[in-house]
Each structure stands twice: as C-alpha cells, then as structure tokens.
Design a protein. Structure first.
Length: 419
C-alpha cells in the first residue's frame, strides 16, 4: 500500500489568490520533518525498529473500552450532540472533583465541561475562539512555552496572532518565567498556553506558579489554557491542577472560580487510548458556551459509542494505576542506563526524556542508522528568536512508550552509539 503524501514539495508555486497564506508561516509538522530527515536511510542494525519518537502509549487499552463500544453500537447511526451526553459530563466532572479535591458541586457539569474529539483539535481551535482582531490596539499575542506542542503555534498563527515563545529551560525550571513577562506584552496577550506536566521536559507547575498565572490572566484579560493531558502519569506524587488552585483563590461575589481559565484532559495517555480521540475541556462557563457555539460550526461532536466508552474510562481508576506502575518500571530501566549522562533527570510527570546530546538531528540520524531507534530532534519542538540559535537544537526527545525491557535495550544502545 502506498501512503498518501500531502507535504509541500520543493518548487511548488502557489498563486497569491489561492489559500490562506498564514499556513505558509508554519514549518512542517514535527513528525513530517523527522520522516524527511531519515528518508533514504536504511538502518544497518539487524533488528526490528524501536519507535521512541511518538508519544503513543503501547499498553493495551482496558477491556471496558471495547466492551462499552460494542454495547453501545446502536449509537453509530445517530448524530451526536456537540455538548456530549449528561453521563459523560457527570463522569468527567466527578473525576475532576475526586482527582483535585474540589468542593462537591462547585464544578457545574452542564456548564463547565465540554467533550472534545481529542485535545489536539480543541487546543488548536481555542485560538480561533480566544484571539480578537486586535488587543490594546495592536496585534494580539499568544504565549506558549518553548519547547511547545505544535498545535499551540498552529492555532496562534491561523488565528492571526503573534506566537511568542517563552524559554522553558533548566534555568527556568522547564516552565516559562512569569516574572519576565512585561506589561507591554501582557496587555496585548489574548491567550497563554501552558502545559503541566510539560511536554517534553516533564516539569509540573506548583500551586503558587498556577495561582500567579491565573492572576495574570484575570488582571490582563486573557485566556489561560492549561494542557494537563499528562497529569495522570507521574512517578512520585500527583501534580497539582489549575482548577484545584483556582478553587482556593479569592473571587468577587457572583463570579465563577474558573474565570479566564480552561483546562484540557485526554484519555490518550491516561487510558492508553490514543485512537479513541477523546478528551474534554473544563473551566470558565462563559468561554465554554462560546466554545460550544464555535464547535457547532466546525466539529461533528463525539460519536455516542465513544461518548459511552469515555464515560466508563473516566469512572475507572484501576487501569490508570496499572499504567503508572508500568511507566515507573520504564523510567527505572531508562535511569539504569542514562543516569549521569546527557543531562538525565527524573521528570515530575509524563513519559518523555529530554536529553542533551549536543546535536539532536545528528543524534537522531545516528540512532536510526546504527541502531534502528527512532527519536525526535528537540529543534522540531522549539523556535529560535531572531539572531539566536534554536534552543532545542542540542536535545533529543525520547518517548518511553515501549515495554520496560525494550526501553532498557534502547537506552543502552543510545549510550553505545552516541558515547
């Protein structure tokens, strides 16, 4: 079977009258760039390829997923509502309340939760909702950590905003330095994407950090979008959540505790169900009302069998605890080989390693050529400021998605090949 190739080929010419020219400001998606980097290279290693480039969990999904899909197969013939079912919203809301210790009843299921067909499209589409034509008389800015998840940049650019890449290095605790944000920038900020635990560095924001970010969003009138899709994969203690912090902040009489705040959760990592394309957005009911209106034009809604399977997954914790056990074993296998090398450290959450290998692209080529190991150059997840080198260029992202034995073998091969 020949796969489709929709990439832009060298020499392609487009009329200025055709298409949205904002799309041309984006680079190819990271995995397209990786495919181009490794194109034409045949690994010399006599072994099956080990894919550590994509954050695609390899654990078998829990049995209740397939069982619930089958039991609700009649729903495939129906158009689903954009707002999802009351059962889905209740399950997601109850999970948030349990997970983050929210006061019972504080989170209104019918107004503060919206199902989405995977958080990638929702994070992208949020920019279309949040970015006005101008802010403070200037082009709106969309803030995001650097490195970042590609849909953050894509949404910002297609919405007509200026993407502003905030350094998230070891020196800043792998999170943007909020104190470095100037009033001039904050005044024209329309949206701030924040990922915790961070992809790829795994740093989890503290309660104080999140409180500061929420305060800035309210003071300067922008949307704070907290991507918490890796919150259920952690080594030691559960990361604090933005709703958890917001619930404890002072608020004006009659105001919602979730003002200016949206959080994003997914079953792709939590339940090893990437193909289900199921998640939700929770928070500010005014923003979610407008988001629902936007999505009624652009999105078909979550199919009812997927809605039912998702509901069952949000109500089950046993498979999530087993997932965490398996990831802890993988980190132990990786640490046994990599500790003391390439700036290795134990992340707070997620399942990535952010390794300083000197030159991420060259390392990716060598690993593929000599070890049939596929890893992602850090430069594909970062952007450089004018006149400065790409801050991700020295790094390599490793996704610990294979089983612990294979992770150990791959990490040993990394040391052997890269030295």
């Amino acid at each position: 079977m020949v796969s489709a190739d929709f990439s832009v080929h060298p020499g392609a010419v487009f009329s200025e009258a055709i298409g949205n020219d904002r799309l041309d400001r984006l680079t190819d998606y990271p995995f397209t760039r990786l495919a181009n980097l490794l194109s034409g290279i045949t690994p010399r290693a006599n072994t099956a390829p080990i894919v550590l480039s994509v954050g695609e969990p390899q654990h078998p999904p829990p049995a209740i997923l397939d069982e619930t899909l089958r039991a609700n197969s009649a729903g495939w013939s129906k158009y689903p509502p954009v707002g999802g079912s009351p059962d889905f919203r209740a399950a997601a809301g109850d999970w948030l309340t349990r997970r983050y210790g929210l006061p019972i009843g504080l989170l209104q299921h019918d107004r503060s939760i919206l199902p989405v067909s995977g958080t990638r499209e929702a994070l992208f589409m949020l920019a279309l909702l949040a970015v006005p034509s101008s802010k403070a008389g200037r082009q709106p800015a969309v803030l995001m950590p650097n490195p970042f998840y590609a849909p953050y940049e894509g949404g910002a650019v297609l919405a007509g905003a200026e993407p502003v890449f905030l350094p998230a290095t070891r020196e800043t605790g792998f999170l943007p330095d909020l104190d470095a944000l100037t009033p001039e920038l904050l005044e024209r900020t329309a949206l701030f994407y924040l990922c915790t635990p961070a992809n790829p560095q795994g740093a989890a924001a503290s309660a104080a950090y999140l409180a500061r970010a929420i305060g800035l969003a309210r003071e300067y009138g922008f949307v704070l979008a907290v991507d918490e899709c890796y919150a259920e994969i952690y080594l030691d203690r559960p990361p604090v959540g933005a709703l958890q912090v917001a619930a404890g902040l002072p608020q004006a009489a009659g105001d919602t505790p979730w003002a200016n705040l949206l959080v994003f959760h997914s079953l792709s990592k939590r339940s090893s169900a990437a193909g289900l394309r199921s998640g939700f957005v929770a928070g500010d009911p005014v923003l979610l009302g407008r988001f629902s209106r936007l999505r009624s034009y652009a999105n078909a809604g979550m199919p009812l069998p997927i809605d039912a399977a998702s509901t069952a997954l949000w109500r089950d914790e046993a498979h999530v605890e087993e997932n965490r056990r398996l990831y802890r074993a993988k980190f132990a296998a990786a640490e046994a080989e990599l500790k003391g090398r390439y700036g290795y450290y134990r992340p707070d959450g997620g399942f990535f390693l952010w390794l300083d290998v000197g030159d991420g692209e060259e390392a990716a080529r060598r690993l593929w050529t000599e070890g049939a190991i596929r890893a992602l150059p850090g430069a594909y997840l970062t952007r450089s400021n004018p006149g400065e080198p790409n801050p991700g260029a020295p790094f390599l992202r490793i996704a610990l998605v294979q089983d612990a034995e294979l992770v150990g073998q791959a990490c040993a091969a990394i040391v052997r090949i890269l030295g």
